[in-house]
Design a binder for this molecule. Sequence first.
Ligand SMILES: Nc1nc2c(ncn2[C@@H]2O[C@H](COP(=O)(O)O[C@H]3[C@@H](O)[C@H](n4cnc5c(=O)[nH]c(N)nc54)O[C@@H]3COP(=O)(O)O)[C@@H](O)[C@H]2O)c(=O)[nH]1
Length: 710
Amino acid sequence: MFRLLRYFSLASLLSMVLAALVLGWFYREIAVHAMVRMGESGNQALTQVLSNSLWSRLVPYLDKARQLSTDQLREHPDRDALSRALRQQVRGLSVVKVKLYDARGRTVFSTDAKQIGEDKSSNAGFIMASKGTVVSELSHRDKFSAFERVIEDRDLLSSYIPVREGGRIVAVFEVYDDLTSDLAAIRTTQQRVMLGVFAILALLYGVLFLIVRHGAAVIRRQYHEHELIEAALRDSQQTLECRVAERTAELARANAGLEAEMLERRLADQRVVHMAHHDALTGLPNRSLLNDRVGHDIARARRSGGELALLFLDLDRFKNVNDSLGHEVGDELLKAVAARLKGRLREDDTIARLGGDEFIVALPDVAGAAEVATVSAAILTELARPYNIAGHELSADASIGIALYPRDGDCIETLMRNADAAMYCAKESGRANYQFFDAQMNQRVSHRLSTENNMRRALEHEEFVLHYQPVINLTTGRIEGAEALLRWPQSDARPISPAEFIPVAEDTGLIVPLGEWVLQKACEQAKAWQALQPGLRMAVNLSARQLRQKNLVGMIEGVLASSGLAPNLLELELTEGMLVDNVEETLATLGRLEDMGIRIAIDDFGTGYSSLSYLKRFPIHTLKIDRSFVRDISDDPDDAALVTAIIFMARSLKLQVTAEGVETEEQADFLRSLACDQVQGFHFDRPLPALEFSSRLEKKMPQASSRVAA
Ligand SMILES: Nc1nc2c(ncn2[C@@H]2O[C@H](COP(=O)(O)O[C@H]3[C@@H](O)[C@H](n4cnc5c(=O)[nH]c(N)nc54)O[C@@H]3COP(=O)(O)O)[C@@H](O)[C@H]2O)c(=O)[nH]1
């Protein structure tokens, strides 16, 4: 910090000393000057007095002196007389010596006789005086001879004063005044002046010191406050900088997070975009991307006048793979098929998966049907090569329907529809082949379409009816149950088989409302028949699509409640394949149904899934042996052995067994010999209309040995 008080004190001290010295010096100069002037005036007056009083002696003396030698002058009695007269005149004055020079500068008289004869012609004072100017000079003498004695340490004023006679300078007086005491007085006064000045300044300094000290204290306090403020500011700045650094780091982290998130989002967007245009399982383009690409291919073909082929490819019996080996194996097979298709086709070709086992191949720029036939044959050959998936050797034959642009359609919708129709024809004509679209195919497709529309209308107008096939106790011949089977009577033609319309209902989803209708009617009927045959059980077929229905259990609960049928009198028939799909969900659904008391039967047992472990996992009550095994039990020892094994296995698992499709007494006998629980089949009863079934119950006729005509 700037030491104001110290510098102020030093500067003040120096200034005070300097001021005292300067003022003292000024005073001395003025005082000495005044003293010299006074002395000089005094000497002038004295000279005048001397000239007047001694003139009469002086003039003759000067005349004589001109002729006398120095020694003669020193010894001359006039000199002594003059000297005495002079002394007389200056007595009481400060004059200590008087000298007289003639006009040529020779010392003709001196109160100190030794100096007589000295030449002063070159002396500046003399020269000036000889020209008429009075000149004085102040000097200090350590030793000085005055009036015949020596004085020491004196300040003397010597004045050269011209002596005139008739206006002419005839001689020059030199008068020495002893001003030692005056000068000492001047020095004393000078010291006092200096002391006085110093004292005044010191006083002033004292006052100023107090002011400055106060000012310095104020400044120091302000400086301190300023320091504190600065320190606080520095602290705040540091805190601020820390905060800024923290926030910057936070921002950097947030920024990095944001960038990562943005990247994640971009990737997610890309994934979404990819998913929106690609099949999740195979990575092939989906229907949307296919539409886009084929749209472009068609536009190009239209411009260039070229041809384009659309191949609708469906794997043969792929459902069997799914049903028997499970969906994971099925999925792997689909991926392998996709890979083979990609490997076999050109870069420009588009391979898309529509879902399930349906693929579309678009071949742009083809040179006629022959080329398309070659490619299709090559695809079939490629796909037919065996696959090894999860240790299973599989085959994947395919049926291909082909539509050509512009011959079979000029837009993707028409081409797809026609290729689809051609594919159905390929299936119908023995599978594992390709078919080019022709006009008749459309009729078959439109027949299917009209079936669907008619089915909707029939459901709406309650045109469907149920027939009931009795389920008979093989030992007692008693009707213990009924299987509800759907019938669609046609007013002007033979009824359409459920084997024909149930798959269409499955494909279109109509099976859901249709299945609910069946369940409702069957339960109401079973409830009504309880009066005729208490404990009569009703079996109802459940399709895969119904099983996946979210509110299935709720719907069944509602039906049972509205019909009043006891749950244990309802048996739902499922196929083995349905148990393999969504195992956990199916387990939960069946568990809830079992909890309600409903029985579960496995229909067509032996034709589907090869693993039997599901028999333990699922709540199953009845196995229904497929009629394909029963048909040949009398002739085919293998079938006989299979049926025997199934019955024994069911018994050990405490499951009930029903043999389906019993058409002959022989078959019935064989099954009876194995103590099979129940049978169904034309040998006993065909599916009967409700009224007929009622009559059968009313008659209560044992049917074990009789054959009822449908
Ligand atoms: N989900 C539903 N499926 C149903 C329903 N109604 C029928 N179906 C299924 O349709 C398929 C064909 O049924 P259908 O033409 O009724 O044939 C059944 C019987 O008539 C026939 N059967 C019975 N006994 C014999 C016989 O001795 N010989 C012989 N050749 N056929 C016989 O078997 C069919 C019953 O089979 P199953 O259901 O497997 O017990 C058929 O798959 C039906 O399941 C329905 O409402 N919902």
